[in-house]
Design a protein around this ligand. Sequence first.
Ligand SMILES: *Cc1c(COP(=O)(O)O)cnc(C)c1O
Length: 359
Amino acid sequence: MKGGELMKHTFFTVGPSQIYPTVPKYVKEAVERNILSLSHRSGEFKNMFSDVVENIKQLLSIPSDYEIVFLPSATEAMERTLQGVVEKESFHIVHGAFGKKFKEIADDLGKKASVYQLDITGFADEIEIPKSVELVCLTQSDTSNGSWISPEFIYQIKKKYPEKLIAIDIVSSVPIVNLDFSKVDIAFFSVQKGFGLPAGLGVMVISPDAYKKAQQVKDKGYSIGSYHSLLSLIQQAKKFQTPETPNVLGIFLFKQVLRDMLEKGIGTIRKQADIKASMLYEFFDQHQEYKPVITHPDFRSSTVIVVEARDTETIHTRLSKEGMKVGKGYGSKEDDHIRIANFPSHTVDQIEMLIQALS
Ligand SMILES: *Cc1c(COP(=O)(O)O)cnc(C)c1O
């Protein structure tokens, strides 16, 4: 594909997605300032790391005693979480393919993992979690089908089971979801979705309780991983360092975009996301040819909108001619669904253009 041809498209794909508008400027800045040659053991790098921690905590209101560590991906964060804080047993509340993947990683690590399949067509029953479960795993917005669980749902679980740790995948909902991090123990995401950055950087938010648990798991003789164990990641992060040579460019770009988002204000960013989500759902709900996969308003993701459609190939071709790309369906739904990202990179005007093109 020719570079020029790609440039013209607006990507409503769910990840990687449209880059945040200031990213090209910062890539240029990284080259000009020689960030690409910067040692990860230098003072400049430590300052950068410390800025990211400060900015992400401010943007998302993360408690000051929580740790922030970097990884290459969110998928690795699933493994780090399960290996780090689970001796024997995890519990997975699943409503899509990403929740299922989280559970499969527990299986692969030899943990006893049980699944509660959440009914996203109606009201959830009271969830009973066995006493022996150490960690409850959730996916806030499941990117495979556009389902979403409310923060209140998550807080109720923590309230009912305060002794259990809660881990939550917020990959496709951050920074839009307004989550009280003091009520979860581990949250993770990668930056190629809601932050509109190039792929290759994952972020994990870790509570003091989760840190303590990782120490216990290790002291009892379980393997919690090697160079990237939760403990080694946290001990390095306390010095604004990483165990290995990290994605320095990714961390630099993240720092810059965080600063832009702080300047814009998280309230404004979230309000715009709500407006754009309503535009999309209103359009699809009224249109004969499209049917949103999630019908119950409580379970509809505001950041990933998945709709059933006929002849999706024609839709992709038509949109491409108009300079837009939407995502295909996930897995077996590749040709039956289209998936649309509603991230901070997408403007109201762009969403309007997309709706026009889909009409
Ligand atoms: C994309 C995605 C992941 C995987 O992220 P990677 O950075 O590719 O590992 C995990 N969970 C959800 C909900 C996602 O949307």
